[in-house]
Design a protein around this ligand. Structure first.
Ligand SMILES: [Fe+2]
Ligand SMILES: [Fe+2]
Length: 281
């Protein structure tokens, strides 16, 4: 399989068509027409928790300034952005898709998130974002979509189809029968269910694989079935990724692997040791 950049490099004047979902192109090779399929790997990493005070110059890590030092949450988080940057660069290429399921920036508005978005935009791949519980900068969606860098796509009540893969999602919330689940949680949980359904229903032409991004784990600590899971099953979701769980104790409660015909993966950055996880190739 080829990457789109390789195809451009190799065939330059002989590319006849690049199909609209960037899945393949029609090229002329030695006078013969050939269909070239592009390769796209899919990675995920949640909870970047960025808070840059000024432009980040990769390599000059000692000069980086943050207003919310994550090292407060343990030694593991010391210069976590450097680990993310270096690991990401090592494994993700420009043609790949990288899913960022929430808690992206500590900023309170988009202006404050400027340096965080410059950092993300400067990394390879097309990024798909959903909102986490700390993403206060995520406000009016249509305005935001016109502000974010070109290689970032925000999912909110909609979905994305790219190269035979569909991606839907929403933030999610604490689910019923979880520790300390209240009446107030019930309301937010119900609203998130509606949002997830809207997102899944917005898929016009389902790809070969369907991935759902959530910020919250979709089950309680006992991994009991609930209406989110039923929705995922109704839409025959293949993979469900989520973040939000931080620290060893929280990680122990995770649901990972196959259950109810769905592959679940926890991708919070500290759980992944700040290295994006390949979820599909
Ligand atoms: Fe988080
Ligand atoms: Fe969170």
């Amino acid at each position: 399989m080829f990457s789109i950049l390789n195809v451009i490099r190799c065939y330059s004047d002989n590319i006849l068509t690049v199909f609209k979902d960037f899945a393949c192109a029609l090229v002329r090779k030695d006078g013969i027409l050939e269909r070239v399929i592009f390769k796209m790997n899919i990675f995920a990493i949640g909870d970047l928790h960025l808070s840059f005070n000024k432009k980040v110059i990769p390599g000059q890590w000692d000069l980086v300034e943050v207003y919310k030092p994550m090292s407060l949450f343990g030694e593991k988080w010391e210069k976590h952005y450097q680990k993310i940057y270096e690991n990401w660069l090592e494994i993700v290429s420009e043609d790949d898709l990288i899913l960022l399921p929430g808690d992206i920036s500590w900023a309170s508005d988009f202006v404050e998130a400027e340096h965080d978005f410059n950092f993300i935009a400067g990394l390879p791949g097309k990024k798909v974002l959903i909102r986490g519980n700390h993403d206060y900068w995520w406000q009016a969606i249509s305005r935001l979509r016109s502000q974010v860098p070109e290689n970032c796509y925000l999912i909110q009540n909609d979905s994305l189809n790219l190269q035979g893969v569909s991606v839907a999602g929403t933030r999610g919330w604490t689910v019923p029968n979880s520790f300390q689940f209240t009446e107030h949680d019930e309301k937010i949980y119900r609203r998130e269910l509606v949002r997830l359904e809207l997102s899944l229903k917005s898929i016009k032409m389902r790809g070969e694989k369907l991935i759902v991004m959530l910020h919250y784990m979709p089950v309680n600590e006992d991994h009991e079935k609930n209406e989110i899971i039923e929705l995922l099953q109704d839409f025959q979701v293949d993979i469900c990724i989520y973040g939000h769980l931080h620290g060893e104790e929280a990680h122990k409660t995770r649901l990972t692997g196959e259950k109810w015909g769905i592959n679940f993966q926890l991708v919070s950055s500290d759980f992944l040791n700040f290295k994006p996880m390949k979820i599909l190739d």
